[in-house]
Design a protein around this ligand. Sequence first.
Ligand SMILES: Cc1cc2nc3c(=O)[nH]c(=O)nc-3n(C[C@H](O)[C@H](O)[C@H](O)COP(=O)(O)OP(=O)(O)OC[C@H]3O[C@@H](n4cnc5c(N)ncnc54)[C@H](O)[C@@H]3O)c2cc1C
Length: 444
Amino acid sequence: MTTSAPTWTNWTGNVTAHPTSRSAPTTVAEVTNTVLSAAESGTRVKCVGAGHSFTPAAATDGVLMTLDDLTGIESIVPTRGADGQVDGADVTVWAGTRLHRLGPLLWDLGLAQPNLGDFAEQSLAGAAATGTHGTGLREPGIPATIVGLQLVTADGSVLSCSRDSHPEVFEAARLGIGALGIITKITIRCVPAFVLQAEERPWSLSAALKDMEGFARSADHAEFYWFPHTDAINLKRNTRLPGDSDLAPVGRLQNLVSDEFLSNEVFDAVCRAATRRPSLTPRLNRITSRALSARTFTDRSYNVFASPRRVRFREMEYAVPLAAAGAVLGDIRDMIDRAGLNVSFPMEVRFAAADDVWMSTANGREVCYIAVHQYHRMDHTELFRLAEEIFLAADGRPHWGKMHTRTAEDFATMVDRFDDFVAVRDRLDPARVFGNTYTERVLP
Ligand SMILES: Cc1cc2nc3c(=O)[nH]c(=O)nc-3n(C[C@H](O)[C@H](O)[C@H](O)COP(=O)(O)OP(=O)(O)OC[C@H]3O[C@@H](n4cnc5c(N)ncnc54)[C@H](O)[C@@H]3O)c2cc1C
């Protein structure tokens, strides 16, 4: 159904757009009709997922399409390992499905996504389109788990893409920043359901910097948060256990105190205080880092990977080569001190396996993701400008959904398969029906 559209704003509130209309198709045929009529009238179309990108990736001045009514699991095909035994399944999911809904649906089928980010409000298609990742050197990001997808292109074709069918479109569309068409279904390779044993505890940045690679390899999924202006980090190590392992989840009360209250309500109050009195930031960060105590718990994988995030922030995240991670973090710490910046939000440090997705930030190399955040009421400009200089000097590549200043000219040298991606896009969408201000900047 197509209706008039109100002004659109992304989750963090730094991108606003004025679509001409809103379309919420309930079938693939409706997606096709909307695309064709927009193309014929010279109007642009953009599919928005959950609007959680910090870049204007989903903004449009044309038809804003949402696949919120195209959700759920469509089919499951078991996969077999070299020994002939079933080792998981290829699961076809409607593209608008939110990740937080997919986890429980897969669990009921005895399956799981092999890795997830720290948050699960995103739609599957939106998460894939910008290269959403979690942490763990044995696991790549979400696009690398895609083995098939259905794409509606600008001429109304409905392409079923995989390594064997339209292989070039498949390679480009696994991480396509919404520029190739509307993805209506995605087939992801799932593993048997598993449980995560989580360890969270305070540690020091100086200790972590001595051997970042050792830390990254110390668990299936290792990451840490560093509190700027202090030496305090809070590490998180998740170890995979079989799906039928005993669970020892965070108690309801403990969850309310640590995840809901400390991570959201109290943290928001702390950030507001730092906004009013920036010079208090180092002291507030010391207090916040001490408030997080050690804890262990065991729960279904999707419950451990993701937590609620209600405090709004701006974010820049770059993938740097694993070997450069320690030096880059050290440089950022020194830069914050030298520039006299006040940074109230912790920085997040994660890792991912190399993959072969054309536009992936981890294409061809193991990476460390370093994310710089700033509270949404505080000015992020100087922090992000100086951090980006450090990332770029270390051969970093920016997350497609997080703030950066790179353009098509930069990506042409940064991304090995950029020209191949651009060739597929030129062939599928010569009139730029799926263009927007973001694609105008990052693609030729
Ligand atoms: C609180 C928070 C936590 C986050 N945590 C992580 C994290 O742990 N790891 C990480 O890597 N990133 C993370 N991100 C970034 C986020 O995962 C990405 O920006 C992701 O793209 C957002 O998904 P979305 O559904 O909101 O997509 P949107 O932002 O709505 O759209 C992103 C892109 O996908 C395109 N798109 C959406 N649906 C379709 C479709 N059906 N067909 C074609 N194109 C489509 C859009 O046009 C747009 O180009 C986080 C962001 C926030 C705000």
